[in-house]
Design a protein. Structure first.
Ligand code: C5P
Length: 240
C-alpha cells in the first residue's frame, strides 16, 4: 500500500488517501492540544506512543469481534485504516467521575459510578463540542436512532473489552472517548484513536494519572506517562 494525497490535517493527525480504494493512511503528529486548541505544545515521541497504544487497543477490539477501522501499522507513527465518513459525535464512556462529569454533577474525582455512563458530544470546534441528548441529535440529524443504539451498544462492548485487559496491567480505565464512522456500504465502525490522548488511564494502585490530563493540568512527564502505558500493554509491535 502506498501513501497518496493529503486529505485532511487535524490537530493531532494527518489523513492521506492510498492507492487502495477504501483504505486511508493516518500519520500521528507529536502536537498536543487541549481546551479546544487553546493550549498547544509539541511533545517529541508522543505521536509514536499514541499510535502504537491505539494500534494495540484496536487489535484487542478486533480480537473481541468489535467492528473497527484499524487494519495495521505502516510505521510506529502511521496506520492503515478503513475509510469511513465520521459521525459528528464524540461518544464518551465513564466508569468513574472525572473531568467534565465531576464538575457538572459535583462528584468527587475518582468516585466509581454504579454502572457505566454513556454521553454524546456534538463534534463542533466552533461550539466547543457541547454535550447533547438524543433529541438534539435527532433535530440536528447527526445520527439515526438505529445508529445511536448501535453506537451505545458498541461503546459499552469496547468498555467491557478494555476494562479487564487494562486492569490486568495495573491500569484503571476511568473514562474514554470514541468516534464512529460509516463505510461506503453502510457499516458502522469504531474509528479514530484509543490512546492516552483520548482516555483517562490511572495507575490502579497509586491513582497516578498516566494520560493527557498531565498535559491539560501541567503535571509534567507527559511522554513518560504514555511510555509507561505502552510498556504495560506489551510494548512489542515489531517496530523497535
Ligand atoms: O473532559 P471530559 O471529562 O468530558 O472527557 C471525558 C473523556 O473523553 C476523557 O477521557 C477525555 O480524554 C476524552 N475526550 C477526548 N476528546 C475530547 C473531549 C474529551 O478524547 N474532545
Amino acid at each position: 500500500v502506498a501513501k497518496g494525497e493529503l486529505l485532511y490535517e487535524g490537530k493531532a493527525k494527518k489523513v492521506y488517501r492510498t492507492n487502495v480504494l477504501g483504505v486511508l493512511w493516518i500519520a500521528y503528529k507529536d502536537d498536543a492540544t487541549a481546551f479546544n486548541g487553546e493550549k498547544r505544545a509539541v511533545l517529541e515521541g508522543k505521536g509514536a506512543l499514541a499510535s502504537r497504544i491505539s494500534a494495540r487497543l484496536f487489535a484487542l477490539l478486533t480480537e473481541c469481534g468489535i467492528p473497527n477501522h484499524f487494519l495495521g501499522l505502516a510505521s510506529p507513527t502511521e496506520q492503515l485504516v478503513r475509510e469511513v465518513a465520521i459521525v459528528p459525535l464524540e461518544v464518551v464512556v465513564r466508569n468513574a467521575a472525572a473531568g467534565s462529569l465531576a464538575e457538572r454533577l459535583g462528584l468527587p474525582e475518582g468516585e466509581a459510578l454504579p454502572r457505566p455512563v454513556v454521553e454524546w458530544y456534538y463534534k463542533n470546534d466552533r461550539l466547543g463540542d457541547p454535550l447533547v441528548n438524543e433529541d438534539h441529535i435527532a433535530v440536528l440529524d447527526l445520527a439515526t436512532p438505529e445508529q445511536l443504539g448501535r453506537m451505545r451498544q458498541l461503546a459499552l462492548a469496547v468498555n467491557d473489552a478494555l476494562v479487564p485487559y487494562l486492569a490486568e496491567r495495573g491500569i484503571r480505565l476511568v473514562d474514554f472517548k470514541l468516534e464512529f464512522g460509516v463505510t461506503a456500504n453502510g457499516e458502522l465502525l469504531v474509528a479514530d484513536e484509543i490512546s492516552p490522548d483520548t482516555c483517562r488511564f490511572w495507575d490502579a494502585s497509586s491513582g497516578e494519572k498516566l494520560d493527557k490530563d498531565r498535559f491539560r493540568r501541567d503535571l509534567g512527564g507527559v511522554v513518560e506517562a504514555y511510555a509507561e502505558i505502552w510498556k504495560r500493554i506489551g510494548g512489542d509491535d515489531g517496530w523497535s
